[in-house]
Design a protein around this ligand. Structure first.
Ligand code: ATP
Ligand code: MG
Length: 566
């Protein structure tokens, strides 16, 4: 078979050629007017022979399989849209999903978008309190969930949610049940004219730096979902795509639901937890060609060993991308060993709604760099001044800023207009991430503004320290934090989880410290190393450095609503 030509081959030429109007023209537009995500994702692929193509290939944790074609998804979401109208839903009302990754989740999301509701999908492992916080901030009017999740997590807080009027149960039968409501509703539905700035998606941030914020996005975001998946995920017709993120996070919605559907390709959905053996089997059995995952998963695969991956063959797989945290150079290289090609890091945030900076399939990868801005995205390294912002000198560290105007930019932090306003200076969105850019325009992540360590006159990014620690054969995962020190300002302490077979003893500690000193120099190497069984993470898989720091210093832990139970 001829290898596929990457979508982006000539970076400079593509950037010069690109326009958002051109990107918009690759979509169809809502027949009644405007732009609606569900039309682009589903209905426009539900015609003629295309309707038979598999949109969602669902795989259950017990090996079950269910396919949903574009045609079926179109009719089923029409029914759900009608069912919502039957319940008296108005445009702009919020419909929350608290579901495992079941086919009904995808139907409900598309149906609600057709009805111009704002959807918010919550991670089903949340406990009652995080659910209450989010439903209440979002003013959820409808909740789609299961009877079990409801009994355990919503019933105890229901009285505190006066705005929640309807709960729809997936599974079983009865007047409030998904199947019953949908069976009674018509499968004809015409999406009303949808102005592109109609609110569509509400996402809560991961809560890595503090209390999660609710970021609101509009239907126009679909232009960027489509364009970014084309450039950064290199989606081609006929691809089989698997995004491992849960739809409770922005990645699991923008790229786990919307983008592959908008491209009219098949998306694999796996309703189970991480298990290297199962994941490799899925990749092979489903002939996944493009895979989008996260550094935390890559590190777990590395921990499970390269052999495990090598025992399998993945003839269809041609592109792997990662997002969510910086991808250590070691992980990029590991991809090459395990799969035969490197893992492509890309960067974005809940607020940006889609990928903004990426290593492209057709371009050189610089391991440890998050890549270059997508066509249509103007990025810069800035520092705030009294009156606004100014660029830092070339090569220096500063805050990653994006010129406003890309379609999936968030339009509000729910309930916090001041905080929203503070994210912008002059014409720029300030990301809160510290980066530097090299002479060829590749961006290098240093750390979140809150995590950057100031030690003995140096500004040190935790990522740099952690990546060096990861090079040591005993290290599975590492987190570096700054602790106050009267002399140095801060000293660096590293928390290290070891690979199986390496004892947490003095010899291992000395060996790792020695390696760090050689690679980083004594000034930047960690002063101290603590061995831990695992690192505290958000449920979206991000290392919670602020929690390590707080615990070390005996300070309050702050918001832990997204902390993954360990
Ligand atoms: P909160 O805003 O609540 O503290 P969060 O920022 O972790 O949580 P998300 O929006 O899910 O919530 O994550 C976006 C952040 O993840 C980015 O701002 C960045 O710090 C980090 N990130 C994502 N991708 C990358 C990447 N490729 N390299 C480095 N950091 C990344
Ligand atoms: Mg953030």
């Amino acid at each position: 078979m001829e290898p596929l030509a990457p979508n982006l081959l000539d970076y400079a030429a593509e950037r010069a050629r690109f326009s958002w109007a051109g990107a918009r023209a690759r979509l169809e537009g809502c027949p009644a007017g405007g732009l609606n995500i569900a039309h682009e994702a589903v209905d426009r692929h539900a015609r003629g022979a295309d309707a038979l193509r598999v949109a969602i290939r669902w795989r259950g944790a017990q090996g079950e399989r269910r396919d949903l074609s574009f045609g079926e998804l179109s009719l089923a979401s029409n029914r759900f849209a009608n069912a919502l109208l039957g319940l008296g839903l108005s445009p702009g009302d919020r419909v929350f999903m608290l579901l495992p990754r079941v086919p009904e989740l995808y139907i409900a999301v598309m149906g609600a978008l057709k009805a111009q509701a704002v959807i918010c999908s919550l991670f089903s492992a949340f406990g009652p309190d995080p659910i209450r916080q989010r439903l209440s901030l979002g003013g959820g009017r409808v909740l789609v969930t299961t009877a079990t999740l409801y009994a355990k997590k919503v019933a105890p807080i229901r009285a505190e949610l006066p705005e929640l009027q309807h709960v729809i149960f997936v599974g079983g039968e009865g007047p409030d049940h998904f199947d019953t409501l949908c069976a009674a509703a018509s499968d004809h539905y015409t999406i009303p004219a949808t102005p592109p700035d109609t609110p569509a998606l509400l996402h809560f941030t991961s809560g890595t730096t503090g209390k999660p914020k609710g970021a609101l996005h509009v239907h126009e975001a679909v232009v960027h979902h489509h364009a970014s998946a084309y450039y950064a995920l290199d989606l081609h017709p006929g691809d089989i795509f698997w995004c491992t993120a849960d739809p409770g996070w922005v990645t699991g919605t923008s790229y786990g639901i919307i983008a592959p559907l908008v491209h009219g390709i098949t998306s694999v959905v796996y309703d189970g937890d991480f298990d290297a053996v199962v994941w490799y089997r899925l990749l092979r059995e489903e002939s996944v060609s493009v895979w989008y995952t996260a550094p935390t998963a890559v590190r777990m695969m590395m921990r499970a060993g390269t052999e495990l991956a090598r025992e399998q063959a993945f003839p269809a797989l041609r592109f792997i991308a990662s997002v969510g945290e910086p991808l250590n150079p070691e992980a990029v290289r590991w991809g090459r060993e395990a799969f035969g090609f490197p893992i492509h890091d890309n960067w974005w945030q809940t607020e940006t709604g889609g990928i903004l900076v990426a290593n492209f399939a057709g371009a050189e990868i610089r391991p440890g760099s998050m890549g270059r801005p997508l066509p249509g995205i103007e990025a810069a390294v800035m520092r705030r001044t009294e009156s606004g912002v100014e660029p830092v000198a070339r090569g220096e560290q500063g805050e990653l800023a994006i010129r406003v105007g890309w379609p999936s930019m968030f339009r509000a932090y729910l309930g916090d207009p001041e905080r929203y306003a503070r994210c912008f200076a002059d014409d720029w969105y300030m990301s809160g991430d510290v980066v530097r850019v090299d002479d060829d325009g590749y961006y290098w992540f240093v750390g979140r503004a809150d995590d950057v360590i100031k030690t003995a006159g140096h500004l040190v990014g935790p990522f740099e320290v952690e990546s060096v620690l990861m090079e040591h054969p005993a290290v599975a995962e590492a987190a570096a934090v700054g602790l106050p020190d009267p002399l140095a300002g801060e000293t660096i302490k590293a928390y290290v989880a070891l690979k199986p077979g390496h004892p947490p003893d003095e010899a291992t500690r000395r060996s790792i410290l020695g390696h760090a000193r050689v690679r980083l120099g004594a000034a930047i190497a960690p002063r101290e190393i603590a061995f831990v069984p695992g690192l505290p993470k958000t449920r979206s898989g991000k290392i919670l450095r602020r929690l390590l720091r707080a615990r070390e210093l005996g300070l309050p832990e702050g918001d832990t609503s997204t902390l993954e139970a360990s």
